[in-house]
Design a protein around this ligand. Sequence first.
Ligand code: S3P
Length: 435
Amino acid sequence: MNRTVVHPAGPLRGRARVPGDKSISHRALLLGALAEGESRIEGPLLTGDGQATLHCLQALGVETALSVKDDSTPVLTVVGRGLRGFREPAVPLDCVRSATTMRLLAGVLSGQPFSSVLTGDPQLLRRPMRRVVEPLRRMGADITDTDGHAPLTIRGRPLQGCEHRLEVASAQVKSALLLAGLLADGPTVVQEPAPTRDHTERMLAAMGVDVRKEGEGIILHPPAQSLRPLSPTVPGDFSSAAFLIVASVLVPDSEVTICDVGLNPTRTGLLDVLRAMGASITVTDEHLLGGEPVGNITVRSSALWGTEVSGDLVVRMIDEFPILAVAATQARGRTVVRDAAELRVKETDRIATVVEELGKMGARIEPLPDGFVVAGPTPLRGAPVSSHGDHRLAMALFVAGLVASGPTVVENMECAADSFPDFVPTMERLMGGPR
Ligand code: S3P
């Protein structure tokens, strides 16, 4: 297993870009495959989780072609097979470590005229699948799970639209139900306990599907015709930019601009929280790109104060808690996170792993059943730490290492490629070259 040594950093300066948004990439590939005709997707994430979706679609008979633009942006052409045109896969579909791949595909495959099996790495096989299997069964799906987990065996059947009231706020579950709803014989309604990321709804609407917000819910009418192919440009992933943002806030004398980042308000809770903590962050050149807001984010190093995060705000930054915890160690006063029990079922139990690993660096951080409390500011000290194979924990620990005294050794940093393959070189460049 590789070990990455991180040294205390001088200022971060300059401009940077981050890879294509992971959530939007999954959806662009999957919906492109379900459309009738060719989609040309510019800038998708094609490593790690994005690659898992690509390989599953290829196993379902979807043809794709990859080219690279002069500025090295990938462009993926997907030849759509229509709503029911997938080929029965000859092998189990390997979702590797990507829960989004598995849950969204469960929705699509439930209504196909063949059987399929969804599986993945041990990390993914530990994640809860009942939350998606049960509502799909209510639509008529025939799915066998493994004690609430994958592998999932799906025998495709005709589906009926129905009204769902979700217990957990999950964009993956909502999206799986909306995708199943495309194949159902009546409208599908999804009521969620708090608004989650709405990339699926935006993309479906752009493809001509009647999908709307109605009160607290979303209603989708199955399309009478095929889906119109789209040629979207995928914005930079805000959840990847988050690591550059916090590093630039924390390392003294830094000033960094991250260009063309997705700014969908269902995703940018961390900006609100960091600003409330005292961070200097400005957003410029905001505009719509392929139905999604994007812009440039400029961050200057700033002193931070502790804060409280709870309620619906948690959902708007659900992937940003490992890096928020790092920021909180350097903030004056207590930072309290509540209502975030979902963190326990992410790539790792992120309450346990964040507390354990930052604790090794001297952070004063205590777990709560549904969050954590950090007392700051604390001078962190470099230490051997582990990512536990969790990409966001790996990158958060790297950033902690930049503000620690002495070297930090991050075990299994390479899992960062699940969402941000060039994370380490991007950071090194902002710090003035390899260190
Ligand atoms: C995602 C939704 C969130 C998020 C994950 C990506 C998506 O998961 O944590 O990284 O693309 O829909 P949940 O749906 O489990 O909240």
